[in-house]
Design a protein around this ligand. Structure first.
Ligand code: PRP
Length: 493
């Protein structure tokens, strides 16, 4: 085709007429020449390429189908050239650099970019290639992949398939440079809400990002010798950026997989939002640490069945068992061990055994339902029972039974599916402590912020392991959204 007059009009001052002419003669060749040679071997750096390309695209727009044709040619170029090697690897590098510039100028046009197909091709090639994170991103100053990740974040559109990858990036595993934290958070922030009701709110999956990042940096400091000041200098700006954008949003609940001072720091900004209410309460309890919310897809699925009011008793029991198993697995993670050597049929092998006796304390009635799954994992545990009845008018607990083994060195797990006002939990732990038990943990399926606050206020050293942290209590002291009365639903009363 001949070069349309209107294109030349539009790019006046861009010095693009030569290339547009080549584009009109042979689109694929012109794009290939542009991406392989003109820029990589030419005088423009990555940023310059991006600006020039963006300038042309913005100037010409879709006049006579320019954007569509460019998109088609670029996406084909990506398909043909992505990851291509030559002997010395230079071309592979250039492919990434060119891809980065493509993406950069696409990204500037936002989610509705006219280069949507190209972006799709790039994203498809990136998915499942996380190992590239390390090999192509070696320093903050030469980071085409960073630009690329930013573009992928922008281009997610309605697609939520990148959610898991952003979260994994937040863990800062080997190969993910720490400064990529900002792209991981950008990806999470730009992720479309799973439920439209949550759009525009501070969603748990976004808050989980800083929490996981906090864990990642904490690990790099502890295990990799990263200077703490560097960790803070990298982590801080990412978090304040998220805070600035989302600080006034409502909180829809938070879950975390780790607790400690870094988490407190991670979500401290959230209090600068509306403050008070759930946001304030959650921030407070997270700052104090000691709360672990177990994150596991199977637990999430079973909890959902428990929440469903239509779940019949047998199904409810089956899912309660399943939740209990996953809770037990996580809750026992910190058990102390000591060395034990055994003889295998082949040789001697170093191993471990539990360092201390385990006592499981079921808070009756509902806590009884968690005993079996915990005993499956720790069959040699001793078992105690504490009967607590909650007065539904005053919401205060009354103790009607206390039968617990006494072993001051034992590791104690208090089991109760629900932590609502915290009255039963506080009373139980107080009784256990005066019984001489020291190493006490509290395990529940659902916790309300109010209950966590109460238990941590009364017994700050007692870790809480929960399947989920719900939003609040209602006026009757029930957890919302919760699952109703666990005892009644489990025992069919
Ligand atoms: C439920 C639950 C806890 C308690 C939590 O028991 O199993 O023990 O309430 O509430 P709290 O945190 O406000 O104290 P419930 O009193 O219903 O007795 P049950 O186990 O016999 O059903």
């Amino acid at each position: 085709m001949n070069i349309p007059e209107s294109w030349l009009e539009r790019v006046r001052g861009h010095d693009a007429s030569g290339w547009l002419g080549a584009f009109c003669r042979d689109r694929k060749a012109a794009v290939s020449e542009l991406l392989w040679n003109r820029f990589y071997h030419g005088p423009l750096n990555v940023l310059g390429r991006g600006h020039v390309l963006a300038g042309w695209l913005e100037a010409v727009g879709d006049e006579h189908g320019f954007a569509g044709m460019l998109d088609e040619a670029c996406s084909e170029w990506v398909r043909l050239n992505w990851g291509r090697f030559d002997e010395d690897g230079v071309r592979q590098g250039s492919a990434w650099m060119c891809a980065a510039s493509l993406v950069e100028f696409s990204a500037r046009l936002g989610p509705g970019s006219r280069l949507g197909r190209t972006a799709g091709e790039l994203r498809a090639r990136f998915a499942g290639r996380e190992t590239f994170l390390g090999s192509f991103s070696t320093s903050p100053t030469a980071d085409p992949l960073g630009v690329y990740l930013a573009a992928v974040a922008e281009f997610q559109g309605a697609d939520r398939s990148m959610a898991a990858m952003w979260h994994r990036m937040c863990d800062l595993p080997d190969g993910v440079p720490p400064y990529h934290a900002r792209y991981a958070m950008l990806g999470l922030r730009r992720l479309p809400a799973a439920d439209p009701v949550e759009a525009g709110t501070l969603r748990a999956e976004v808050v989980r990002g800083p929490v996981r990042l906090a864990m990642g940096f904490d690990r790099l400091v502890r295990e990799r010798g990263m200077p703490e000041a560097l960790a803070q200098a990298t982590f801080g700006p990412v978090i304040s950026q998220v805070g600035a954008l989302q600080g006034s949003a409502a909180c829809r609940g938070v879950d975390a997989t780790w607790h400690g001072p870094w988490v407190g720091w991670a979500i401290g900004w959230r209090q600068r939002g509306r403050g008070g209410g759930t946001v304030g309460a959650v921030a407070t309890l997270m700052r104090r640490g000691g709360l672990t919310v177990v994150e596991h897809p199977l637990l999430g699925r079973s909890l959902t069945c428990l929440r469903d009011r239509g779940t019949p008793v047998p199904e409810f029991r089956r899912n309660l068992l399943q939740c209990g198993r996953l809770l037990a697995f996580e809750a026992t993670r910190g058990l102390g061990t000591r060395r034990r050597t055994v003889e295998t049929p082949m040789a001697r092998a170093a191993g471990v055994e539990l360092a201390r006796r385990v006592i499981l304390v079921a808070v009756l009635r509902a806590g009884w339902s968690l005993l079996d799954p915990f005993l499956e994992l720790v069959p040699d545990a001793l078992v105690g029972f504490v009967g607590q009845r909650r007065d539904e008018t005053t919401l205060r607990p009354e103790t009607y039974l206390f039968k617990v083994p006494r072993d001051a060195t034992a590791e104690v797990f208090v089991l109760d599916p629900m932590l609502a006002t915290g009255g039963s939990a506080v009373s139980t732990v107080t009784l256990l402590r005066s019984h001489g038990l020291r190493r006490v943990r509290f395990c529940c399926l659902l916790a309300a912020p109010e209950g966590v606050e109460a238990l941590q206020g009364a017994h700050p050293g007692v870790p809480i392991i929960a399947g989920a942290l719900d939003a609040r209590l209602n006026a009757q002291g029930f957890i919302v959204p919760g699952l109703g009365d666990a005892g009644d639903r489990c025992f069919g009363t």
